[in-house]
Design a protein around this ligand. Structure first.
Ligand code: CTP
Length: 409
């Protein structure tokens, strides 16, 4: 049997990037031979094995044929006769379809190295269409390698468009889609992921609520970029530039969905878009079964981001309601994530990327003033239950009034 390093490990070595996980392909072997060597099978009818020591994936060279719709509809053909070239041709991109032996000799029948040099994400063959998840994968690679100048090849974008229009994307499971989306959002240019999905018509299928923002104007005084979709991309770009976590990036992507619902005659104003957007945010959250912390933050940022921007003008009682809504006493981190999401929203505007955002520290100060109210003295007075809750609220309101005064003097 011959063993080759394949896929991302080869690609990233050639790009001079760190290689984190290595996939191997085994040519000329049977499943029985692999088992005899101590490899552990990954699934009953999947020709992939884990190395007994390293745990790395070793796949028998295989060809795949699609036998039906959706992800279940695959038949695999793995046998010792399948050649390395036959295995590589069913892979997604030319830059992912190179193999390397233990002497670092490259097998590159589909010109992956040329595409690496020319900075193209190009599909290997029509077999690309056999897995619709690849539409998301290509968009994710575009987000990751945008900083190196990579572009999706026009013929690949066309194939992605056909796949998006065919209805195949709807067959993807929430889990597989979320894995790609969450990884893509954590790349260095997540806005490119959304842009590429939009360019090939996949955004309209996957997140029509986000797609609907493009072409919707906002008032130029606050939004020199005007277009709500462009604004959303810029907010996401800012979140990545400021190395924000996934929760914040997800909230940034969804914060303005309500603007897509404004009747045209009300443009460019978007009255109550924060509230109107909530049902859309909920729908997107649920469609991809986003983790609970992502879901919660997206809803809270959607509902309260304008409060964040107006923080310095808010009455003490409104500030208190805001802090209560976040349960800032038990979940201080979540409020901090809200603050930075608001800041990204403020900076994700054309020409305003460097603006200062005094609201952030002001909100932090308000949170710490309210959290500074001690419970112990109230307990010592014998208060409990709803009475204790009311007294705490009163004390916190007092603290916030004092805070507001000290901040304005
Ligand atoms: N592959 C594919 N189509 C998919 C998934 C994977 O063709 N839907 C192939 C590609 O050749 C890919 C290899 O399997 O390079 C390994 O897949 P994976 O580990 O998911 O991705 P990597 O390319 O290693 O990329 P990453 O750095 O994102 O892990």
């Amino acid at each position: 049997m011959q063993i080759y390093k394949v896929g991302g490990a080869v690609r990233d070595r050639l790009l001079g990037k760190p290689v984190t996980d290595i996939d191997w392909v085994v040519v000329g072997a049977t499943a029985e031979e692999m088992l005899a060597k101590g490899f552990r099978p990954v699934g009953a009818d999947f020709p992939v094995f884990l190395h007994p020591k390293s745990g790395e994936e070793y796949a028998l060279a295989r060809t795949e044929r699609k036998s039906g719709r959706g992800y279940g509809g695959f038949t695999f053909h793995a046998s010792p006769e399948v050649t390395l070239e036959e295995d590589l041709i069913r892979r997604d991109l030319t830059i992912n379809a190179m193999a390397e032996d233990d002497q670092q000799n490259l097998t590159d029948p589909y010109h992956g190295q040329r595409d690496l040099e020319d900075r193209f994400l190009r599909h290997v063959s029509p077999a690309f269409a056999e897995d619709p998840l690849r539409v998301l994968r290509v968009a994710r690679f575009a987000a990751r390698y945008a900083e190196l100048g990579f572009k999706v090849a026009p013929e690949t974008l066309e194939l992605m468009r056909q796949l998006s229009e065919s209805g195949e994307l709807e067959a993807l499971t929430a889990e597989r889609s979320w894995k790609e989306i969450s990884r893509a959002l954590m790349e260095s240019q997540p806005q490119v992921f959304i842009q590429v999905l939009r360019d090939c018509g996949a955004l309209k299928v996957l997140m029509p609520e986000v797609d609907a923002l493009f072409g919707v104007p906002q008032p130029e005084v606050h939004h020199p970029e005007i277009d709500s979709g462009i604004h959303t991309l810029s907010v996401l770009e800012q979140a990545a530039l400021h190395k924000q976590p996934l929760t914040v990036r997800w909230a940034c992507l969804l914060h303005d969905l309500g603007k897509g619902l404004t009747p045209e005659e009300e443009w460019p104003r978007h009255i109550a878009h924060e509230h109107k957007g909530l049902k859309l945010i909920k729908a997107v959250n649920e469609r991809f079964k986003a983790p609970k912390d992502c879901q919660e933050l997206a809803l809270l940022v959607g509902q309260y981001h304008t409060h964040g921007h107006r923080a310095l003008e808010l009455k003490a009682s409104t500030l208190l309601e805001l802090l209560q809504s976040f349960d800032v006493y038990r979940r201080p981190q979540r409020f901090e994530e809200f603050i930075v999401a608001c800041e990204m929203d403020a900076r994700g505007r054309k020409g305003l990327e460097q603006r200062s955002y005094p609201q952030a520290d002001y909100l932090r100060g308000a949170a710490s003033a309210a959290r500074g109210v001690a419970v112990q003295p109230l307990l010592e007075k014998g208060l409990k239950g709803p009475e204790l809750g009311e007294a705490l609220k009163r004390e916190r309101l007092k603290a916030l009034k004092a805070y507001k005064e000290s901040a304005s003097s």
